[in-house]
Design a protein around this ligand. Structure first.
Ligand SMILES: Cc1ncc(COP(=O)(O)O)c(C=O)c1O
Length: 465
């Protein structure tokens, strides 16, 4: 198929004139003359309109598990579009791929789960699990149970409920008031929050017990659910210490509250298991998922629902008044089914657990010796590098967190690697098809960029500068 040519200068001007991109400073976007226009991609590489190729260390936005350029996915979309591009699930109707995908996902989730509710985005999947959790307690005759407990720096999306469930201060500062009934407790961020006199186990227990404390503060009879990402992604790839999740699960069970895992990033192999909760050996009641479900080729998300909750919904005797025009969109479902088929055929989940994940972890362990690196951590194919001024004391440059991540990120991009800055860390989440030599390049560019940043940052933040 012939590739389209673009007038990049014109597109950038139109971008400034008409397009408001996600999570951006619009004055800054105007001042830099518009976005970098990404025109094509293949495998683990993206290419911009100026012909610059970048290794995609973020798999798009934590989602392109099978890499770019998969004809099978395009074929699946084309075939489904020609047979039945769209139909809804409102009218006691459903399309074949929708049902097949629901059955497939239920199987991947395991026997605790029987059903799936489809949406378009991760945020909507979170809205869905929140509504189901609260409605569940209404049906059970405990309508006071409406509080959802999340965590500081948890990210659950950008809708009003998603932003309310998330613990992102910058989001809470804009566009409120948010939905009442959301609480946030400490994050299991050992690098930032473990005390020197505490063991990792003690820290894990303290972080998990913060959930119990909050349950007791607000009253167990008022709590509907706890929600958390197995590994907090957008919050900075916060990988909880062993012991944290089993303790959280036990606390949820002790007070009879629902346990929700937001698997929008961790699901579909990112941690080396189909879902993050499986890696940690716990069993939630509701699971939100998106991104890797279709490798981002088309927008689709889902909420996995336990059979006990489904039976409760069935006992309500009325409609669950919730859903979207595109819930279970047949074309998106067909692409998601094909995507899972590719992941299974290429054994991408096991490969992440046993080959590529350990390779990334080894290289990051070596990178931890770098003078600017306070910690380099990863699990499966998600990781983060913490940038510090002083390795021993973990002091940040300028004594304040958040000054320098974007400096290193910009150098990475200049050097051919797309990664993301979260405060003073660089986070990464490459396609699951990434090869060993591409992982070598990823970490090599990161090291080179840290080397280049070091003198700049030392000078900028020199005493008295
Ligand atoms: C854990 C988690 N939940 C929810 C979302 C929201 O997903 P979306 O941007 O598709 O609405 C994200 C997005 O990054 C996420 O990481």
């Amino acid at each position: 198929m012939a590739k389209r040519n673009y007038n990049i200068a014109e597109l950038r001007a139109l971008d400034v004139a008409h397009h408001l991109p996600a999570h951006q400073d619009y004055a800054m976007m105007r001042d830099i003359g518009g976005a970098r226009i990404i025109v094509e991609a293949d495998g683990c590489y993206i290419q911009d309109g100026d012909g610059v190729r970048l290794l995609d260390g973020m798999a798009g936005l934590w989602c392109v598990q099978v890499g770019y350029g998969r004809e099978e996915l395009a074929d699946a979309a084309r075939e489904q579009m020609l047979q039945l591009p769209f139909y809804n699930t409102f009218f006691k109707t459903a399309a074949p791929p929708t049902i097949e995908l629901a059955a497939k996902i239920s199987g991947l989730l395991g026997s605790h789960f029987s059903h799936v509710f489809f949406n378009n985005s991760g945020s909507e999947a979170v809205d869905t699990v929140v509504r189901i959790a609260r409605y569940y307690w209404q049906i059970k005759g405990q309508p006071k149970r409406s509080i959802i407990i999340g965590r500081v720096n948890g990210y659950h999306g950008s809708t009003i409920a998603g932003a309310s469930a998330g613990g992102m201060k910058a989001m809470h500062d804009q566009g409120g008031p948010f939905v009442p009934g959301f609480e946030h407790v400490m994050q299991p961020y050992a690098f930032g929050e473990k005390r020197d006199d505490e063991s990792l186990d003690e820290f894990a227990a303290r972080a998990a017990d913060a959930v119990e404390q909050r349950i007791l503060e607000v009253g167990p009879d008022n709590v509907a659910a706890f929600i958390g990402e197995p590994v907090q992604g957008a919050g900075g790839v916060i990988i909880p210490p062993a012991g944290y999740w089993p303790r959280i699960e036990a606390i949820c069970r002790k007070y009879g509250i629902l346990f929700i895992c937001d698997e929008v990033i961790c699901g579909y192999g990112r941690l080396g298991s189909w879902f993050g909760f499986q890696h940690y050996g716990v069993t939630p009641d509701l699971v939100s998922m998106a991104k890797g479900l279709s490798s981002g080729y088309l927008p689709i998300s889902a909420a996995g629902v336990s059979s006990e909750i489904v039976e409760t919904l069935r006992s309500a005797g009325s409609d669950f008044v919730h859903g979207f025009t595109y819930s279970g969109h047949p074309t998106c479902a067909a692409v998601a089914l094909k995507n899972i088929e590719i992941m299974e055929r290429e054994d991408l989940v096991n490969r992440t657990a046993s080959v590529s994940g350990p390779h990334l972890a080894r290289l990051l362990r070596d990178l931890a010796d770098h003078p600017l690196v306070g910690e380099a951590r990863s699990l499966g194919l998600i990781g983060a590098v913490e940038i510090v001024e002083n390795k021993a004391t973990r002091r940040r440059f300028g004594g304040v967190e958040g000054n320098v991540g974007t400096v290193v990120r910009d150098l990475c991009i200049k050097n051919g690697l797309m990664v993301r800055a979260v405060r003073d860390s660089i986070v990464m989440s490459p396609p699951l098809v990434i090869s060993r030599s591409e992982i070598d390049s990823l970490v090599g560019i990161l090291r080179q960029s840290l080397d280049e940043a070091a003198p700049v940052l030392r000078e900028r933040y020199a005493e008295g500068a």
